[in-house]
Each structure stands twice: as C-alpha cells, then as structure tokens.
Design a protein around this ligand. Structure first.
Ligand SMILES: [Mn+2]
Length: 315
C-alpha cells in the first residue's frame, strides 16, 4: 500500500511553478489538485508519479506562452493544493472510493459556480478524472465534456473494475443529465462496440477541421470541462504513458484547441496518464508540464469572462 500526502501543505510535493500553496479550495481561483493513483492501470504503471514529476520540472519552463501571449507571472493568483490522499491495495474499487471520498471532502459545501472556482487535476491514471468531472456535471447542467485521448474509454468496467481507467468516460456518462454533451477527438483505439456507439451518438470528431469549427461555434458562456489523456499525443513525441497508441496528435493541434478554448468558459480540466519513469529521457514530463502551463493560461485567457459569472447562464 502506497500512502500519498494529504491535500496541501505536504512538504514532499513541490508546487507547480508560480502557484501559491493552499490547503482548501480557493474560491474564485484556479485550483490545481494532484491525484497520484494508478491502481487500475492494466499495462504499464507509473502514473502515480505523474503529478509531482510535472511540478518538479515546471520551473524549468518559460512562464510565457508565445501561442497564447500570456504569462504565468501576469495572470491572477492560482493555487496548488498538493495531492489528494490515496491508497493502493488489492481492492481497487475500494481504493477508487477513497479517492472519491477525499475529493468529496475537499469540495463539500463548495459551490464552484458561485465564484467561478475552477479545478485543474493532475493524474494519475485516467480514472482520477471521475470525481472532478462528476462535480462539474452536478454544478453545470449544460456542461460539455471535451475528451482528448487515444482511447474511447467507454467500456462498462475493465478487468473487473467498475472505475477502471479504461471506463472513465462511461462512468462520466452515467452522471450525465439531459443537457450534458460529450465531444471526443484523437480517439484511435477501442472496441468495435465503442466505435459503433461513438458513430451512433456522433460524439467522435474524425477530422481536426470539423472539431475546430465545432469548438469555435460553442457559446462563450457554455461551461466546458477538458480531459486530456496524454496518450492523445503520438508516442513518438510523448512516450511516457502507460498505454501508448501509434499515430497520435502533435502539440500543434493541442495549441490550436487551447487557442479556441481560451475565449470560452473553461470550468475544469485534467491532464492524466503521465508515467514519467517509462520515458528515461525525462522529455515526457517536460512536455506534460508545458501542456499544464498552456492550460493554466487558457483558464485565464478571457478577461471578459468575469462578467458572465455573476448571472450564471442557463439556470
Ligand atoms: Mn488513453
């Protein structure tokens, strides 16, 4: 059993560059929360070390993004709460429940929408997205879940685990209300049934051109949650993931997506499945830290957003 540090203040976890430490969710701000869990990873483990590997190299990056023309040192204060307390045992469903309970403790009584309190989760395997997405689905009846991944993740459980990293999107769909939407891009691996479902439900974009047009046409008020499984990227450029799939996306497509999302209403995001030890060059962790930088900046890319928050749309 591996014990991780509890949220905040742990001395062992470094902070993401520029973030202030916090021991609770900070209202009205972006809150980074790590979840170093990889209990259901079926092929190659190591994602438990993802959050701190990202933090450790983050200070080596430039704080300025030429793509977004934004700088980490110029945006409003953002916080890093450290890692949720997790455990890994033979009872994986119980371990996942502990992650969910730890997250529930962190967010109990918090109305994310009220002050536009935003979440950025660092995995960990993809199953850790569930409590974050679920909270945002509960908070925003019109949330759109945008899923960048090599894998469909639509199985109803995998290898006997209800909350497997291979079932994460299916688990999120369980929580969908009548107005929630799913949009998937980058998916190039899954079962015949998963692909049939995506075609039938029209959740999968198979061309970047169509995906970017769809993103552009989203209302600026529409609440969006972006889940980024790092195996979305070609394993030639980001080999440090547990289940790599050939023929992936490049960094450019991600930058173009964020260039659109910065002017939208991003309320939550996660970056998951970095398994740093699989890439002994260390490049994957640096790549992931840069992705996190772009995301932090994209959360702050629309200074006009504030005027939307008070009146809260759609409800
Ligand atoms: Mn994946």
């Amino acid at each position: 059993m591996t014990k991780m540090n509890n949220v905040v203040g742990q001395k062992k976890s470094p902070l993401y560059f520029g973030a202030r430490p916090a021991d609770r969710l900070m209202a009205g701000s972006l809150n980074i929360v790590g979840v170093g869990y990889d209990g259901t990873a079926c092929f190659r483990k190591g994602a438990a070390q993802g959050p701190d590997a990202i933090r450790r190299v983050s200070s080596q990056l430039e704080s300025y993004s030429p793509s977004l023309d934004l700088d980490l040192v110029e945006i409003p204060v953002y916080y890093d709460l450290g890692n949720l307390k997790v455990s890994q045992s033979d009872n994986k469903d119980a371990d996942c429940s502990k992650v969910h309970n730890a997250f529930a403790g962190l967010t109990r009584g918090i109305d994310l929408q009220k002050n536009h309190t935003r979440l950025l989760a660092l995995g960990g395997e993809h199953s850790i997205s569930y409590p974050f997405v679920s909270k945002c689905l509960q908070t925003y009846p019109y949330l759109v879940l945008i899923h960048l991944d090599a894998h469909a993740d639509l199985r109803d459980g995998y290898e006997g685990h209800h909350f497997s990293h291979a079932s994460i999107i299916r688990r999120c769909l369980d929580e969908f209300g009548p107005y929630h939407q799913l949009a998937q891009y980058g998916i190039r691996s899954g079962t015949r049934e998963e692909f049939a479902w995506m075609r039938q439900e029209k959740t999968l974009f198979d061309s970047f051109a169509r995906f970017s047009v769809w993103l552009h046409e989203l209302s600026r008020k529409q609440p969006l949650y972006l889940t980024v499984d790092l195996d979305y990227f070609d394993p030639a450029i980001l080999p440090g993931t547990g289940t790599p799939e050939a023929d992936g996306e490049d960094f450019r497509s991600f930058l173009e997506i964020l260039a659109i999302l910065r002017s939208k209403n991003l309320v939550g995001a996660d970056v998951v499945e970095l398994a740093p030890a699989i890439d002994p060059t260390g490049n994957s962790a640096i790549f992931a830290a840069k992705i996190v930088r772009e995301l932090i900046l994209a959360f702050h890319g629309n200074s006009e957003n504030d005027r939307f928050y008070e009146g809260a749309l759609h409800d």
